[in-house]
Structure formats: structure tokens, C-alpha cells
Design a protein around this ligand. Structure first.
Ligand code: HEC
Ligand code: HEC
Length: 357
């Protein structure tokens, strides 16, 4: 007994010595360096707010709960099988882990599903920015032939009433003359989405906790800034605030291996397909990088499988730089510090109304 206790003490002491010996000379960051990096980072990024409420749609618990039920509801889609959760799943950090999403009747969509977390904070929705808000995004999904595939709003409202949603809508929007409406369907889903914010270790770092990032992540943050990534990926969502050309040094598909898509009659030209303005050709909304380490595969068509590869592709295509493997692995460490917790209530599957017989 004694012996084994002694044995443990000895090995703990040896371990401690080894740890000190290994880490002491490597501690490149002094307290001063940490403070300087925190200040530098605060000039370029911002911590997430607690929620992102709209003025005219207070995030009441009933609205958020209704929005969550509707997010999980598949019976409103024309084949009865597709809900928001199909492609924005908590198991995959609000995305679907596929290169290209699969819509109604098994139809493959031309783009990769981004995470639904923190999206209300983005400048607009979708790679082309053709939806202004999360509410408009949800509203338009109902009649989209590849998403929910409904033909009229009245048809959707009838389905919702038949499924037994009338009392939930009335409780969530009691002042409305007609509570069961597609407008309230999208407002409720928007209310739910506006609660799906994912604070991460990087937010704690921005708020002054120097220990929230590992040494490698701090070096990665320095490189993310000095290499020029921050020119496009900045602000509260580390991206998502501007449109930029994808493929500045050469055509993106030469490096990503992307293929032409029928939906775009060729290579995806991003915002051009929404505005028809030549100046928008190959302009894409810069994606947010929050949760990027857990939402592979990458880019608008999921053409690149791993994060280190995506980082290399970005440096080459956007900045004309070749990063060393060490640079890449440090930048990846920084990006991993953007992984937030899945919002507590999201993964719990809600009880949906049972359609009256
Ligand atoms: C069939 C899979 C699928 C379903 C179902 C689906 N989405 Fe998406 N979602 C996508 C894809 C793909 C995109 C990217 C579209 C684009 O950029 O053109 C997207 C984009 C989004 C975005 C924009 C994110 C960003 O970073 O710009 C939001 C928000 C969103 N979806 C929410 C929803 C909600 C809410 C529902 C349910 C009403 C829903 N989605 C249903 C696949 C899906
Ligand atoms: C000139 C603007 C610009 C610069 C600089 C830039 N990016 Fe990007 N980044 C973009 C755009 C635009 C996309 C979306 C491309 C697409 O999918 O169509 C993107 C996509 C990404 C993605 C994929 C995100 C996803 O969810 O699929 C990662 C990761 C990324 N960038 C990291 C970086 C890193 C790391 C750097 C620095 C080495 C960097 N970016 C530099 C504009 C930029």
C-alpha cells in the first residue's frame, strides 16, 4: 500500500519535472504579449451577444418553443420528409456533414449547407446573400421547389392547422387576428434561430481570459491576422459581413476540384446568379468561421474535405501565399477555438403536435 503510494508520488514528481522542463522554454507568451494580443484581437473581432432579438418579435419562450417545433417539423414539406433539422442537425453542429444537401424527393442541391448557428448576425443569408434575414430565409424555403416544395402559402397554413398547431400559434402570437400564418411560421423559426448563438473559448479570450486559448491557438491567431485572413474574416462572426471574390489569384475550381452544376449552367458564380450583375461574378458571401472546425466539408459546394486543406486553399486562392504545415496547424488550432457549445436545448427533440383524427 505504502509502496504503491510512494510509487505514485515518485511518478507524479517525475511527470511534473518533465512537464516543466518541456513547457518552460516554449512559453513564448508573456503576460504582456497576451494583453497585447487580446487588445489587437478586440480591434478586429467581437464577442457574441447573449441573444440577437428583433425589435418587433420579442424572443418569448412560447415563440422560441414554437420555432423549435417547426424547425423539427417535416410534415409541412411536400413529401412529408424534410424539415430544417434534416440539413441543419444538432449532431453535425447545425449543418448536415454532406458535400451537397439533399432536398425533397432526394434531389441533390447545388450547394453545401452552412451551420444555422449565429446566422442571424450575418450581413445576409445564403452564399449569394439573396435572403436578407433568417425570417425571410425561412419564409422563402416554404415555397422553394427544392426545399419544402409547397405551391401556395394558403396550402401551408391549412396543413399547419390540420397538424394541430393552431393553439401553439395563438399562444405565441396572441395579439394577431390570424395567428396561423406563414409570416408567423417564419417569425417563430427566426425567434428560435436567434437563440442559437454559440459562445466559444475565443469569446472568453476576447473578454480578457488569456488562458482560454492554447499557445498554438494564440500563434494561429497571430498568423490569421498577419497572413491577411482577417481582411475578409473579421467581426463578431469571423466572416459573414461582406461579399468577396472566391479565386483572386486563379479560378477556384482549378484548386478546389469543383465541378460545373446544372443549376448554374456551369461553375457556381455566387452572387451573380442572384443579381445578374457581371461585377458580382464569383462574389460569395464570406462565410463565418465560428464552428468551422466541426462543419466539414468546406466551401459552397463541399469540394474540400478537411480544414487544413481548406486553410491552404484559402491562402493560395485569396492571398497568393503558400503556408507551411506548421502555419496551417496553428491557424487550425485558432479555428478550433471558435467551436462553441451546442445550445443546450437544441439537441433535445421536441414533442410535435399530433394531428387530430
Ligand atoms: C435540403 C436541405 C436543407 C433544408 C431542409 C433547409 N436548409 Fe437551410 N440551407 C441549406 C443549404 C444548401 C443552404 C445554402 C444555400 C445557399 O447558400 O445558396 C442553406 C442555408 C441556410 C441559411 C443561411 C446560412 C448562411 O450562412 O448564409 C439558414 C439561416 C438556413 N439555411 C436555415 C434553414 C431553415 C430555418 C430551414 C427550415 C425552414 C432550412 N434551412 C431548411 C440546406 C437546407
Ligand atoms: C479576400 C477575402 C478572403 C481572404 C483574404 C480569406 N478568405 Fe476565407 N473565404 C472567403 C470566401 C469568399 C469564402 C467562401 C468561398 C466559397 O465557398 O465559395 C471563404 C471560405 C473560407 C473557409 C471555408 C468555410 C466553410 O464553412 O466552408 C475557410 C476555412 C476560410 N475561408 C479560412 C480562411 C483563412 C484561414 C484565410 C487566410 C489564410 C482566409 N480564409 C482568407 C474569403 C476570404
Amino acid at each position: 500500500m505504502n509502496q504503491s503510494k510512494n510509487g505514485m508520488w515518485v511518478s507524479a514528481a517525475v511527470c511534473a519535472t518533465v512537464v516543466v522542463a518541456l513547457t518552460a522554454p516554449l512559453l513564448a507568451f508573456s503576460d504582456n504579449d497576451d494583453q497585447a494580443l487580446i487588445s489587437k484581437a478586440n480591434a478586429l473581432f467581437k464577442p457574441l451577444p447573449a441573444t440577437d432579438a428583433l425589435e418587433n418579435n420579442e424572443l418569448t419562450p412560447r415563440r422560441v418553443a414554437l420555432g423549435k417545433a417547426l424547425f423539427y417539423e417535416t410534415r409541412v414539406s411536400s413529401d412529408g420528409r424534410l424539415g430544417c433539422v434534416t440539413c441543419h442537425n444538432p449532431a453535425y453542429h447545425g449543418a448536415d456533414a454532406l458535400a451537397l444537401s439533399v432536398g425533397i424527393h432526394g434531389k441533390v442541391l447545388p450547394r453545401n449547407a452552412p451551420t444555422v448557428f449565429n446566422t442571424s448576425l450575418l450581413v445576409a443569408q445564403h452564399y449569394g446573400g439573396n435572403r436578407a434575414t433568417v425570417e425571410e430565409q425561412a419564409f422563402k424555403a416554404l415555397l422553394s421547389p427544392v426545399a419544402y416544395g409547397n405551391t401556395t402559402n394558403e396550402q401551408v397554413e391549412k396543413k399547419l392547422a390540420q397538424l394541430g398547431y393552431a393553439s401553439l400559434f395563438k399562444e405565441a402570437y396572441p395579439a394577431d387576428a390570424k395567428p396561423v400564418s406563414v409570416e408567423n411560421w417564419s417569425r417563430a423559426i427566426g425567434a428560435f434561430e436567434r437563440t442559437l448563438l454559440t459562445p466559444a473559448p475565443f469569446d472568453r479570450f476576447l473578454k480578457g481570459d488569456a488562458q482560454a486559448l492554447s499557445k498554438s491557438a494564440k500563434l494561429g491567431l497571430e498568423k490569421f491576422i498577419s497572413t491577411g485572413c482577417v481582411g475578409c474574416h473579421n467581426g463578431v462572426t469571423v466572416g459573414g459581413q461582406t461579399y468577396q471574390k472566391f479565386g483572386i489569384t486563379q479560378d477556384y475550381w482549378q484548386v478546389t476540384g469543383s465541378t460545373p452544376k446544372d443549376a448554374f449552367k456551369g461553375y457556381d458564380k455566387g452572387r451573380f446568379h442572384d443579381t445578374k450583375n457581371e461585377a458580382d461574378a464569383f462574389m460569395f458571401k464570406v462565410p463565418q468561421l465560428r464552428n468551422v472546425a466541426v462543419t466539414a466539408p468546406y466551401f459552397h459546394d463541399g469540394s474540400v474535405e478537411t480544414l487544413p486543406q481548406a486553410v491552404k486553399v484559402m491562402a493560395q486562392l485569396q492571398l497568393g501565399k503558400q503556408l507551411s504545415d506548421e502555419d496551417v496547424s496553428q491557424i487550425v488550432s485558432f479555428l478550433e477555438a471558435l467551436t462553441g457549445d451546442i445550445p443546450a436545448d437544441f439537441a433535445k427533440v421536441p414533442r410535435l403536435p399530433a394531428a387530430p383524427h
